[in-house]
Every structure is written in structure tokens, then in C-alpha cells.
Ligand binder design. Sequence first.
Ligand code: DOR
Ligand code: ZN
Length: 369
Amino acid sequence: MEISHDTEGLPVKIAIRKPLDGHEHLRRDSMLKMVGPMVAKRFRAAIVMPNTVPPITTESQVCGYLKEIWQATGPDFLPLMTLYLTDTLEPSHVEALVGVGTVKGIKYYPRGLTTNSDSGVKNPSSLWTSGTRPYECLQALAEHGGVLLLHAADGFDENGVELDPFDQEKHFIEHTLPRIRDAHPKLKISVEHLSTKWGVEYLLKHGGPLLGCSLTAQHLLLDRRDWLRGGFHPQRFWWPIIQPTEHREALRVLAKADKPFVWLGSDSAPHPVEKKRADCCAGGVLMAHAGIELYVEAFENMGALDDRFERFASINGARFYGLGDSDETIELVREEWTVRHSPHIADGGTSKEVIPFRLGEKIRWKLVA
Ligand code: DOR
Ligand code: ZN
């Protein structure tokens, strides 16, 4: 990473290899047209989440989606596709698609615990129980070197009692993840958007070439106080929900620790405003308009805006997913700007607002176009 300072020693400009976004909801149609260029400007590649409606489960869906993404981003951007793990996903599809590299991994969604997770796996035990479709899919995935991406949350404990949402990740890390790893010892696993100190402890102990995690800027920047200060802030609501400060601090420790198994995954997840201002507010917020800038801010706040940042943003995730280091670079300058406008998308003849993270607020770093 190249870094320039002003006369007072304040960093004012950085250049990093063009990063990889390890977790991106590009959506489809007009939302994709809006988000795609934002992402391609900042990232060379992204792991594309499959929880579109309908979810991505077949070869023809993957190919159709890829084509649509390239129309929105241009051909230089590299979409790294994933399949949505359902209770009926075909192991032969996994074999075929991961085997030739069209698909990089499979995303596990616990049914009902996050946005567009209705088709997710009903019973997490099918991940480690031989004879079930999800188990066979993970076997095929491991066989072909693909990655299992985990939405690391459980809805219920062993007695069938519904878990508190603040304990969903804890339970998964303590009960579900070890069982998956035991059942599939050769499988590469990425714990997505790690959000708790329990997850951090586990990763620090077990992280390595077969087990890594992505971190979002929002989980590094905010804690539960920011979410509920003066009332509920829908633009700070996503799954996994933000935890109390001690968890944010643990995530910062992990981000600063310069581990090769920790990388950037923005979890930009845009929704039209009516889904956010609904009786049941949808989890997920548009981050792509500042998809790298927010991380620079987070790393600067942590006192880690140095080579560690480039490894986190541009090297670690890329290597985990089998990519070489990028020759392209991007530059950012210290130049405060205000998120002034909500993008609009065309939907069924009407124009819909998509409120971006930090609307009306300042962002400290700016991408050099
Ligand atoms: O907040 C979230 N939104 N978390 C997820 O896991 C899914 C995402 C979405 O698709 O909107
Ligand atoms: Zn996500």
C-alpha cells in the first residue's frame, strides 16, 4: 500500500491493489443496474450472494445472472458466483458448477433468520447428517475445493427453544460450526459478516487455510447504541444485528491482528425504501456507494491504516477464493463528502428511493474516480 502524509503526519492519500468484496448483494433488474457500477468502480471482483428472488440454485440461473451482472458492471469486473443451499439442492449441480469453476461456493442461510432466507435449510443438523441433500452438497463442494459461506446463526437451541437474536451467532459458533467442520474436515469455510466476540475467539483459535471470515465496515464502525439511539434506525438495521460495544471491540482486534484468514465483505444489501419503512423492516442497507471508503475510515479509526489494510481488502479474500493479486490499483484521498442523495430505481413504472447508509452524514475518505 502506498500512503502519503501531510506536513502534520496525517494520511491524506492511499493507493491499494483493487480490492475484492467478499460479500455483495448485487440484486437484479433495476437495483443491479444501479448498484453494479458502484461496486465495479471500487472492487475488481465480488462474491455474489445468491438470495435473489427466486434464489440461485441451477446452472441456467447462474449463467443468466452472470450475463445480467456484466451488463451492469462492464466486462472487466469479475463476479464470483455462489449457489443457494436449499434442502433440495442437487449435489450433481454442485459438482458440475464448482468442478469447472463457474461457481465458487455455496451459501448457507438458516431458514427464516434473514432477508430472503425462506428457501434456506430448515434444520441445521442436515449440514452434518449423512444422507441429507445439504450434507451431500457439502461433500461435493469439499471434493471440488469450493467454499461454504455461512450465515452463522441458529434460530433454536437443542431443546427447540427459540434463541434470543443476540445469541444466534454464539449458538452457531459453539454448536453448529464445530459439527460442520467435524463432518467435512476438508471443506473450506467462510464465516460471513462475523459480528460477535464469540466468533472472534473461535476464529483466532481455529482460523487458517480452511477457515476464514469476512468483516463488514458497519460492524467495525457501529455498535448497538448507534442502532437504537433516540429510536430505531432502519438504515442501521441488518442481519446479523449489531451487538454491544465489547463485540465491536473484539471485531476491531481481529481486523487489526493482520490474519490471512480475515477479509473484507461489505454485505451491501439494498432495499427500496418501502421495505425499510414497513411494519417489518427488512434487514440490509446499501453500502456500495461507499463500499471501500467506509473501511478506510474504520481502519483509520483503529490506527491500522497501513499494509494491514491492503491485505485485508485486497489480498486475503482473493487468495482464499483462489485469485492472484490484482495489478490494478485504486486511490483514495482524505476529502470529506456528504452522502446527499438517495439513488432511485425504476420499478413497475414508478421510481423508488433506496436510502444509502449515512444519508445526510459525512464520509471522511473519497475514491479518486
Ligand atoms: O441484513 C441482511 N440483508 N442480512 C442478510 O443476511 C441478507 C441481506 C439481504 O439480502 O437483504
Ligand atoms: Zn449478506
